[in-house]
Design a protein around this ligand. Sequence first.
Ligand SMILES: [Zn+2]
Ligand SMILES: [Zn+2]
Length: 192
Amino acid sequence: MAGAETAETGRMTYAEQLKHPKWQRKRLTLLDAAGWTCQLCSATESTLHVHHKRYVKGRRAWEYEDRELMVLCEACHDEQHRLQDLLDEMVATAGGEDCLRMVVGLVGGFLATNSSIDEGLCISAVRACPSMFIFGVAGAAASLSCEPRVAAFVQETATEIAPSMGTNRLMNAVVKELTEHPLPSMKVKESA
Ligand SMILES: [Zn+2]
Ligand SMILES: [Zn+2]
């Protein structure tokens, strides 16, 4: 039976899938679970959409786990897709340009610590450059930390690790930049 269903629905366009009762039911379940509220900005008075954080080739719209979907208002939804398209385009045009891939990984890592950024973006960034993604996360952790000692530790570790990652030049530039122009929370408090 499952095979017959695949044959019957396998050629549906995406627009057709979104009209399928199985998607309608999935959508309502998610909207209910989210309390009919945008999961990014908490809007309750705007049109709500159910966003796929990522697409997997061959899967139909409703064949995703709840955690792979997200309830977003129209504005937040547009913004997520704009950012996603931008990152995808950067990764695609980077081609053999390792430097650009590293920048995407680094920026993605920074963004990953921001709860308003969805998983799809993070996945693109990890794909672009896993090692720089990790460095981005560490950098963001340092900049978000209120504890200057933690920031100093991360900076030191990054400086040590950088050469072994074979990305010295870019990494050193980032570390130098952070050292000379520390983010506000990385500055050592001058209280007495
Ligand atoms: Zn919103
Ligand atoms: Zn979407």
